[in-house]
Design a protein. Structure first.
Length: 360
């Protein structure tokens, strides 16, 4: 097969991976086709009218926004602080944002100046002062970590198209995939937990403690500590990282929550469930979504649409997105609808505003 065609297939596969796999650490568009995006405040007042083909959450005071196939960055008044000029963009994190220009990724600061020149095939957000990047070294692809000067600190072979070799750092460690097994490395690149697991949760938004969900050889999930020692005796059909002191787990097709000792604080009883946010968690009973407190008591009765993923419908800044008649709106923590369901797409509140979309 010709090298050009191989490279095209690689890029297509990586783009598909970004959509399909939670383990991919590279950035991706979050917009839906045919929808224009804007922002509303906690009362539902339109602060920035829907006009963008895609946009991001407000992070560190700015959000990326794309129009006519070019992306820039806006402030909370909807003004472009960094004019649309990039082919792709990501949220600011740790004062830098990854952007694509002329087919290469680099990093800019908040005035739009390149701090790290475009040179990477793909680039992730910074976590703990390091970012994952994808580079081409001769005929081979490699994944690696860079610091905030753009220096490549270390690289790892990228041998499997549909899996990332490495992940972002959380709590000083990151996962690494070797011979189809996952382990963990420290920031020096040293293996601290040898590759032995069939799957792991590592580059996860809610990774708040070094109790890591791992899938063992018997396809069951358990938790290990930073040395790789199993710390919870029970095994689960599915398991997620800890959020607000508890972790969401599945046992025999029912979902419940455990504490850090492995004890059930809310026994498995729900058809589906999500993570806790601001003291409440979404659950599914009889195909309807409601909310429970940390005692497992239903405090908002099930009457909303289903969950799409475990962090769907979590409360952020006293608001949670809900689906009613295929439209999305927001409730407060008493379950009162405070923003009517008029949107075709809605994300989570961040810095007082939320990204919403309307079909055009």
């Amino acid at each position: 097969m010709k090298k050009g065609l191989k490279f095209l297939i690689f890029i297509i596969a990586f783009c598909l991976l970004t959509v399909m796999s939670a383990k991919n650490i590279f950035i991706n568009s979050s917009g839906k086709s045919g929808i224009k995006y804007g922002y509303v405040d906690k009362t539902g007042h339109v602060v920035i009218k829907p006009q963008f083909d895609d946009s991001g959450e407000f992070k560190e005071g700015l959000a990326y926004a794309c129009i006519y196939k070019k992306c820039g960055y806006i402030n909370k008044m909807g003004e472009f602080i960094i004019k649309p000029q990039y082919e792709g963009a990501s949220n600011f994190r740790e004062d830098l944002a990854a952007v694509r220009i002329d087919g290469k990724y680099g990093y800019i600061n908040k005035v739009g100046k390149f701090v790290i020149k475009p040179q990477f095939i793909f680039a992730g957000e910074f976590h703990e002062d390091l970012a994952c990047v994808l580079i081409k070294d001769g005929s081979k692809f490699k994944e690696g970590y860079i610091d905030k000067t753009g220096k490549i600190l270390r690289t790892f072979p990228h041998d499997e198209i549909f899996y990332s070799t490495i992940s972002d750092f959380y709590n000083g460690i990151a996962s690494i995939r070797v011979n189809k097994k996952y382990g963990f490395i420290n920031k020096k690149g040293e293996i601290v937990i040898k590759p032995q697991f069939g799957d792991v949760f590592s580059n996860y938004e809610y990774f708040e403690t070094i109790l890591i969900p791992v899938r063992t050889n018997n396809h069951r999930w358990n938790y290990v500590n930073s040395t790789g020692k199993f710390v919870i005796g029970l095994q689960f059909d599915n398991a997620y990282p800890f959020k607000e002191g508890v972790a969401l787990v599945q046992v025999e097709n029912k979902w419940g929550y455990i504490d850090k000792t492995g004890g059930f604080v809310i026994k498995p009883q729900f058809d589906n469930a999500g993570h806790f946010g601001e003291g409440l968690a979404p659950i599914i009973l009889n195909n309807k979504r409601g909310y429970i407190n940390k005692k497992g008591e239903i405090v908002i009765k099930p009457k909303f649409g289903k969950l799409r993923y475990p962090n769907d419908g979590i409360f952020y800044e006293q608001r949670a997105v809900v689906t009613i008649n295929n439209k999305e709106g927001f409730i407060d923590k008493s379950g009162i609808l405070v923003i009517n369901p008029v949107f075709d797409d809605a994300k989570n509140f961040s810095e007082g505003l939320v990204k919403v979309g309307i079909k055009r």
